[in-house]
Write a protein that binds this ligand. Structure first.
Ligand SMILES: NC(=O)c1ccc[n+]([C@@H]2O[C@H](COP(=O)([O-])OP(=O)(O)OC[C@H]3O[C@@H](n4cnc5c(N)ncnc54)[C@H](OP(=O)(O)O)[C@@H]3O)[C@@H](O)[C@H]2O)c1
Length: 320
């Protein structure tokens, strides 16, 4: 019987349970995909952590009961097993990348045909299943901060899933990249074209030493007050600072906030449009998807425990 991993309550990863469900059926405009790899992203544990509980409270049913627990697993790759009647450009047996999607921590997932992109043979399953969410977020953040050739960009959280994508994309675009990370990840960042700097007290001075020419833009994937304050101190124009996570303080600073909360830009069209190019770059090897660890589907809770610690250099991926 096919399995799915779902949170059974709000809380820590121990609320995740593996249950057996029938194979889902395709909608007329959608497909069913047998999942070969599902990317793990911080949004997955944030969704059931209670951090977004206010959002859930806005979605009560007519009886005033809170919406059902969130589905988790927002990207994957796999093989098409059923195609809806209205879908013309996807066939059973196609190897595909699926994004955006919900409930991808499963043996089978349904998705609209608009979420389906061909998986190049050159791309492995773990890489294909964990490329797009971080890659498209990185593209969005660099775009929002206006990063282009000639810029010196400060990337906070350069060794995380989103950061590793942004470092490579900014460097390939001709920017000088200063990236913050723990010391043990500096060699990897150098390999990808960045000048690594250790975060923590004294960050501003270390960045100035690494970039005496000055910082023209910053993207924050760490979300600490330190990252916000150093960005504001070093980047002359706050509209050239983009942040995907952090405290409510950010709203009063004039920087660009990206995401799905109030006052944030979700950038859905830009992110969707970025998918094909990200796949092409990853298939050609010019963009590396760095996998930290793969886990069997049933070990999703273990993957989340490691992810929550916030120091995995690269992607965590579930393999059903
Ligand atoms: N708004 C959106 O659309 C959107 C999209 C995707 C992700 N996000 C959010 O963005 C954040 C990053 O996502 P991710 O997938 O890149 O996470 P991740 O892979 O877990 O990476 C976490 C990063 O944070 C760094 N870090 C940990 N502690 C730090 C500290 N005290 N100061 C500075 N950096 C620190 C880590 O560096 P070391 O490992 O080197 O210590 C690592 O680079 C998450 O909060 C996620 O929810 C938002």
């Amino acid at each position: 019987m096919p399995r799915i991993v779902r949170p059974t309550a709000y809380g820590t990863p121990d609320v995740l349970a593996v249950t057996e469900v029938p194979i889902p059926r395709a909608a007329a405009d959608g497909v069913v995909v047998q999942v070969r790899a599902a990317g793990v992203n911080p949004i997955d544990w944030k969704l059931y952590s209670g951090a977004f509980h206010d959002v859930d409270d806005n979605h009560k049913d007519a009886a005033g009961i809170a919406a059902s627990m969130p589905q988790i697993g927002l990207e994957c790759a796999g093989v098409v097993t059923e195609v809806g009647a209205q879908v013309t450009d996807v066939e059973v047996g196609d190897e595909v990348i699926v994004y955006p999607v919900t409930a991808a921590y499963a043996d089978y997932v349904t998705a609209p045909a608009t979420s389906i992109l061909a998986k190049p043979a050159a791309l492995g399953w773990p890489e294909a299943g964990s490329l797009i969410l971080t890659g498209a977020t990185a593209v969005h953040a660099l775009h929002a901060a206006g990063v282009s050739a000639g810029d010196t960009v400060l990337i906070h959280g350069g060794s995380g899933g989103v950061g590793l994508m942004a470092v490579q994309l900014a460097a390939a675009g001709g920017a000088t990249v200063i990236a913050t990370a723990a010391e043990r990840n500096h060699a990897l960042l150098r390999e990808l074209g960045a000048i690594p700097v250790t975060y923590g007290p004294g960050l501003s001075a270390r960045v100035k030493t690494a970039a005496p020419q000055g910082i023209t833009a910053a993207v924050d994937f760490a979300g600490t007050d330190e990252a916000l304050d150093v960005s504001l101190a070093l980047v002359p124009d706050p509209t050239r600072i983009a942040s995907i996570t952090g405290s409510p303080r950010r709203a009063e600073t004039g920087i660009k906030l990206l995401g799905y909360g109030p006052g944030e830009d979700a950038g859905a069209d830009l992110r969707d449009a970025a998918r094909a190019d990200l796949i092409a770059q990853a298939a050609s090897g010019t963009l590396r998807v760095i996998i930290d660890t793969t886990f069997p589907l049933a070990e999703a809770a273990k993957a989340h425990e490691i992810g929550i610690s916030g120091h995995a250099p690269g992607k965590l991926v579930l393999i059903p």
